[in-house]
Design a protein around this ligand. Structure first.
Ligand code: HSE
Length: 433
């Protein structure tokens, strides 16, 4: 018989209320909520009044409570609660990706110091058990790449815009009504939620401890109607993709960018609030995890799974980190990128190694080409809201490929065909006019 869990729950919002109902429906779990800490006392709740308190200490100092489930919105407040819970030797379950991603090292230290488990499967991809898969199944050498739609709201918005021709604001409003979006939806649409989740995936996938701000993250808020038109013409979809790839030199590239997704890959069929994540392994090729990434019950189901795992004293072992896997991030690689911009902005074609496509339309121009990642980060236009950036389908280009192309170019030059090549990639005027 597994041990009894007495839960102190923080937050009674979309997921908090969800887990309350889910636990009532699963008595076999031997887990009960003893107290719920909320912010506003007078709000009408769908549960007995005596369950609620506004005093955090009633949960954190109660010796009978052995599990804290933290499901509040405010990441700073959540970190204070989480630290106190761990220090008081209470096992902790959290769905707060922002809190976890922003405090990875501190949370690792606390777990070590107090030997108390912290589980957060619900923080990445809602109902999909991706963290436990990365922890348990993918040994260090097995995992080559992670490529995922990890934010349900932006996927829902893109689906509604592309499939139902809703406007961006109409689609966002629907995502908010459905309870998918963050209370500050800017976190979703600017790619911040996705980069928080990527930061967590990098820890479990490669043993890399990083901060969200270490990674480029561009959201969907810069996508223009003409980009959507371009995607439709090319028979691809635009999706917000968080990805990492172990390069041939052993270093790891990681970022969040909108990406053109062709129907040859599984992410093409990930629509609405669903998430999908392709794990590329050394020997098994690709594996695809798919499921609902946001919403009351999908997220509650992951929280429930963590609560259930605590009955058996499950904890993350962070093996890749602890075994000194020596995986390191790099900014030395290339991207094939589509950059579209109004005529007044200055995207310099010289920032690109080479250009594969361009168009000078009246209102808006675009360049598709290959650019060094570090150079991209240094450009002024990478942060220009009027410039939309979308990664091409096979968007990460290894240094070797670029070097090989340079050798080929030299060969062409020697063979006297350089002039012909110039005609194929004509010069473009991209300055203000
Ligand atoms: N706002 C998040 C999303 C909620 O849309 O994916 C789930 O993490």
């Amino acid at each position: 018989m597994s041990r009894e869990l007495k839960i102190g729950l923080f937050g009674f919002g979309v997921v908090g209320e969800g887990i309350y109902h889910v636990l009532q429906a699963t008595p076999s779990l031997n887990a009960t909520i003893k107290k719920v800490c909320i912010k506003q006392k007078d709000k009408k709740r769908n549960a007995p009044e005596e369950l609620f308190t506004v005093n955090a200490s009633e949960l954190l100092e109660d010796p009978e409570i052995n599990v804290i489930v933290e499901l509040i919105d405010d990441a700073k407040e959540a970190f204070i609660i989480s630290s106190r819970a761990i220090k008081n030797k209470k096992a902790l379950v959290s769905a707060n990706k922002k809190m976890i991603a922003e405090n990875l090292q501190e949370l690792l230290d606390l777990q070590d110091l107090y030997q108390t488990p912290l589980l957060y499967e619900a923080s990445v991809c809602g109902s999909i058990p991706v963290i436990r898969n990365l922890e348990e199944y993918y040994d260090n050498d097995l995992l080559q790449g992670i490529c995922g739609i990890v934010n349900g709201s932006t996927n829902f918005i893109l689906s509604r815009m592309f499939d139902d021709s809703l406007s961006y604001s109409e689609a966002l409003q629907l995502a908010q009504q459905a309870g998918f979006a963050e209370s500050d939806p800017g976190l979703d649409v600017r790619g911040i939620d996705a980069v928080n989740k990527l930061t967590i995936l990098l820890l479990h996938g490669y043993g890399i401890v990083s901060k969200p701000e270490d990674h480029l993250h561009i959201g969907i808020d810069r996508i223009h109607n003409l980009d959507a038109k371009y995607a439709a013409e090319k028979n691809v979809r635009i999706r917000l993709v968080a990805q990492s790839k172990k390069l041939k030199n052993g270093r790891v590239a990681a970022f969040v960018l909108p990406q053109f997704v062709s129907n040859k890959i599984q992410l093409y069929n990930v629509n609405d609030e669903y998430n999908g994540i392709v794990l590329q392994s050394s020997f098994a090729d690709k594996q695809f995890l798919y499921g609902k990434g946001a919403g009351r019950y999908p997220t509650s189901s992951a929280v429930l799974s963590d609560i259930s795992a605590l009955r058996y004293d499950y904890r993350y072992e962070y093996r890749k980190l602890k075994n000194n896997s020596e995986n390191e991030l790099t900014d030395d690689f290339y991207l094939e990128l589509y950059a579209a911009f109004p005529i007044r902005s200055k995207v310099d074609k010289n920032d690109f190694e080479w250009i594969t496509e361009y168009n000078c339309r009246d209102q808006r121009q675009y360049i598709k080409g290959v650019i060094h990642y570090r150079k991209l980060l240094e450009t002024k236009w990478v942060n220009d809201a009027s410039v939309s950036l979308v990664l091409c389908p096979e968007g990460i280009i290894e240094n070797e490929e670029v070097a090989f192309r340079e050798v080929k170019e030299k060969f062409w030059k020697l063979a006297g065909v350089a002039e012909k090549k110039k005609e194929v990639v004509p010069d473009i005027v991209l300055v203000e006019r």
